[in-house]
Ligand binder design. Structure first.
Ligand code: NAD
Ligand code: ZN
Length: 242
């Protein structure tokens, strides 16, 4: 296992650092990951409840499990892991956070350069009149409806949907240009995000994984700790160095 000092030295040396985050960074905010034990996909089949085809045929299924996940955008707050990534951006060493999460916690923590690959719970839109609503609170109903009578859909990527092309393009670009990738709290199996750490490596960057259960087989450095304890330690060391 790498030391915090070693990682901090790399970050300060390389500067062009990006973070790729997944559900694990939000675990300590109280949001369950999907694939770990007790996760949502143990209870519900994602293809039946969270695919675009399922949503088109019966949107109530999706909205039913949304209650078990995060019904409203403002239900959760960033934890020390999110705040540490915001501090690294503020210190000028972290260029972008690329996230698979839809909880909006990186933005709430203060990161400005956030690429949300799977969209965000912050917005919903009407499938009929296309109106977009900012949705800190989703209207009641399973499914909820727009004033026009159309069904409301989250602005998140469901299984079987394309990722937002601009976000994906930017993620590829920033990854190809980075010198160091912090890979935090992701099982690194959901494509195309899972290809990004490999792209980073092919482009000559080092990959530092922060995950209590190491998940990426090609990591150059591993911190097998929870994000909310490991990332603040890294920030403390970076602050000493710059
Ligand atoms: P995942 O559930 O497949 O894997 C989570 C990973 O986080 C695991 O490798 C686990 O070991 C690690 N982990 C658990 N606790 C941790 C901690 N405290 N600190 C660091 N790491 C920890 O998650 P994924 O790879 O992000 O893929 C899941 C998909 O589901 C994503 O597409 C994402 O959009 C979605 N999702 C999002 C949220 C959210 O927005 N908070 C939550 C669950 C799932
Ligand atoms: Zn409408």
């Amino acid at each position: 296992m790498a030391t915090y000092r070693e990682i901090a030295e790399l970050i300060v040396e390389e500067k062009a650092c990006v973070a790729l985050t997944g559900a694990g960074i939000s675990a300590e905010s109280g949001i369950a990951t999907f694939r770990d034990k007790g996760g949502l996909w143990e209870k519900y089949d994602p293809v039946v409840y969270a695919s675009i085809d399922a949503f088109r045929s019966d949107p109530s299924k999706y909205w039913l499990i949304r209650g078990d996940f995060i019904r409203n955008y403002d239900e959760y707050a960033p934890n020390a892991g999110h705040l540490a990534l915001a501090a690294l951006e503020e210190l000028g060493v972290l260029k972008h956070v690329i996230t698979q999460n839809i909880d909006g916690l990186h933005r709430k923590a203060g990161n400005r350069n956030v690429i949300e690959l799977h969209g965000s719970l912050r917005e919903i839109h009407c499938l009929k009149c296309r109106r977009t609503y900012l949705a800190p609170k989703v209207p009641d109903g399973t499914p909820p409806y727009c004033d026009c009578g159309g069904v409301l859909k989250p602005n998140t990527v469901l299984f079987g949907e394309q990722l937002p092309p601009q976000a994906l393009e930017k993620a590829y670009r920033e990854t190809a240009n980075c010198r160091l990738m912090l890979l935090v709290g992701t099982s690194a199996v959901v494509q195309p995000a899972a290809s990004l750490p490999y792209l980073a490596k092919r482009s000559g960057a080092a990959v530092v994984e922060v995950n209590p259960e190491k998940a990426f087989d090609a990591a150059d450095y591993v911190i097998a700790e929870k994000a909310a304890s490991a990332l603040p330690e890294i920030v403390a060391q970076v602050q000493q160095l710059i």
